[in-house]
Design a binder for this molecule. Sequence first.
Ligand SMILES: *Cc1c(COP(=O)(O)O)cnc(C)c1O
Length: 347
Amino acid sequence: MEVKFVHPKRAYQARQQELDAAWRSVNSRGAYILQADGEEFESRLAHLVGKKHAIGVNSGTDALYLSLWALGIKQGDEVITSAHTFVASAQVIAQLGATPVLVDCHDDLLMHEEDVRYAITDKTKAIIPIHLTGDVSRLSDDLLYDLKEKKIHSVEDACQALGAKGLGYGITQCWSFYPFKILGSHGDAGAITTDDDALAAELRELRNHYKKDYSKWGINSRLDNIQAAILNVKIKYIQDTLFKREQVALKYREGFKDVEGLKLPEFTHGRVWQDFIIRTSRRDELYQFLKESGIETMKNDYPMPIPKLENAIKIESETLRIPCNEWLKQPEVEYVIEVIKSFYEKA
Ligand SMILES: *Cc1c(COP(=O)(O)O)cnc(C)c1O
């Protein structure tokens, strides 16, 4: 049997009629830039996330970049984020001329409060908590209060966590609709959500050349209307998507419960499943074994932690992402479990 890591074809075929109709509708109206579909998606997203505003942009990376920019992050400022993340989370800080301050992660793959506190200086202007794999990076009310006192903003990197509960404490949440995210478009797309009226208005200007009065330079980072139309189809199925991904994760948990030497991800309340990451000291050997058995896995998207921090390095060398999405068939999930179990039994 062959088990693929992602299933763009299955995703398309399952909703082909609706997706094709959405695409045709946009074309027949010639509605390509900043049109009704984009507005509809923004309002659907704001509703889903429970925020007042959603601003569609080009990508999750731009969502982060524009959030920091709108908040006035500039050269000389420091922004704290986790060493264990996709490079975009740190890249956007440097793009603005500010300094990324990367803190080590813990066994749950997230940065923890004590490390954030330790990293704060007079120059800290923002932090970017990463809700990695769909597990929410929670901050205590205490810390949130202290950050507010110090005028340090929280910009949440929620690119892997659509549908999760317990996020939304930051001034903005940044979303990615890259094809293989929980909600995936047919190209690049992203969005920012916020409750702040003034910030939302500023972000709408910045993403579209600051045409209001040209008092600042903006950029072109609009959410493409065709992508928005595709997303309007897919977002209707979001609860089903989240449920099915969770079912896969629960099957893995049950299947691997007696396997020694394999560490499973945290099943924290309210989390969603962008990724199911297992951890083992025999990672490379397991990767190869799965590959030879027809199972596609991913070592990670973060080939190296940006600064050499101890836990981040260890985690990079011991983690493996196994297939976990709503398009997997039951026998495929069972096969993954069986093969991983046999790996541990043969040794
Ligand atoms: C995907 C992702 C991004 C970037 O999103 P793009 O839409 O690909 O630009 C940023 N941070 C994290 C954690 C991501 O997973």
